[in-house]
Write a protein that binds this ligand. Sequence first.
Ligand code: FAD
Length: 449
Amino acid sequence: MPDPEGTIDSNAGSRRVVIVGSGFAGFTCARRLCRTLAAAGDDTEVVLVTPTDYMLYTPLLPDVAGGLIDPRFVAVSLTDALPRVRLVVATAESIDPIRKTITVTSEYHGPRELSWDRLVLTPGSVTKLFDVPGLADHGRGLKTVAEALYLREQLLRQLELADHEDDPGVRQARRTVVVVGASYAGTELVAQLRALADAYAARRAFAPSEIRFVLLDMADRVMPEVGEKLSDQVLAVLRDRGIDIRLGTSLKELTGDHVVLTDGTTVPTYTVAWVTGVTGAPVLGTLDLPMERGRLIVDAKLRVPGHPDVFAGGDAAAVPDLTKPGEITPPTAQHATRQGKTLARNVAASLGIGVAKAYKHRDMGLVVDLGPRFAVANPLGLRLSGLPAKAVTRAYHTYAVPRGINRWAITLTYLTNAVTSRPLTLLGLVGPEESSFGASEGIRHHART
Ligand SMILES: Cc1cc2nc3c(=O)[nH]c(=O)nc-3n(C[C@H](O)[C@H](O)[C@H](O)COP(=O)(O)OP(=O)(O)OC[C@H]3O[C@@H](n4cnc5c(N)ncnc54)[C@H](O)[C@@H]3O)c2cc1C
């Protein structure tokens, strides 16, 4: 890392809290902390460092990839939602917990230094890549708007090309999609892409079965998170929709026009999504602090041991799960949002406002939208599937998006979708470069190709 070109410190004299990352944890922390400081009449500056000027509601990314929801609707404007926060649209490249500085860069300026009195680390996670040859070049994740849009556009582009392809082998490859990872995110993705492909086939009047979907996972069941009974139902519904589900199987190799499965089968395809799990954001690696499973170790009050002014939460932190002694909380939005509130409270307490508390939250279950007329959900231990689960899932997401205008747009989209088919326009806005793991998620990975 070159020496910083200058500082972006301001407000000399007042204390400063720097929050890294504007996801569920960082956004919630910033919002809550501003309210607490304002109520106490405290002028501590709150700075949010984030590469995007929005908070991304990731649970609806499969709907974006499936062309159901416009990406702007799942992006909550930070300027609108957090007017009291000083926004630094840049990436934290390195952090010095001793000198109490972070260095940020953006594509518009070189390294600049920012000092802090309290630091909150909520940079989330990135797709976990394995050393599979060709993965970094030919696979795409589902963590960012660029990736979701690319998958949608890639599917439509390949379907349009297949329509006038004379070689039957190439035509079938263009009409084949491989999704790796059958936990909830990968399963929601395959269901939404299937729905998009079905809409295309209906419009072009050919059989949807001509478009092939393959869903792979090394596990022995889909979505183990929702329990055996719902998992079996999901398997049956997806197979009924013509999705070829192969459990105990992953990818051995990817090339530009085919993949090789771990059982040796070759599947010709141009579209591969890799949704197999996550690991802590790369910036955590610059800290030289103890990690567990790729996440920063913190105590139950979300403090980094040995650094009383540094806090962390969300996917980036290994937070002890006080409801399950010995375990850490899973990387979900449900925990990240609540940890954001605890972070705000504990940072304020460290500034002399209020009292710190330990993070404790009992998991409330999952809601999983699986495309047309089907969903599963297990809120508070209840097992729901089909239309009741669909209603709960859509109501939950609409409620959970943290800004009224986004909620309104999403609700209108769902209502519109109930009476019209999903749009099939291909604007070609995101190319293979912007959607790569490196450009889109900031993963510095040197996989074999
Ligand atoms: C497709 C999909 C579906 C999901 N569905 C659900 C669901 O239904 N329910 C559920 O509970 N969870 C769901 N999750 C998981 C959920 O999205 C995560 O657990 C949650 O986003 C974690 O919140 P976070 O604030 O820790 O991180 P994130 O929301 O990932 O936010 C991290 C932020 O940090 C920023 N950042 C990263 N590096 C830097 C850096 N160096 N400098 C500055 N900023 C940085 C990022 O740009 C981002 O703004 C889903 C995830 C995906 C991908």
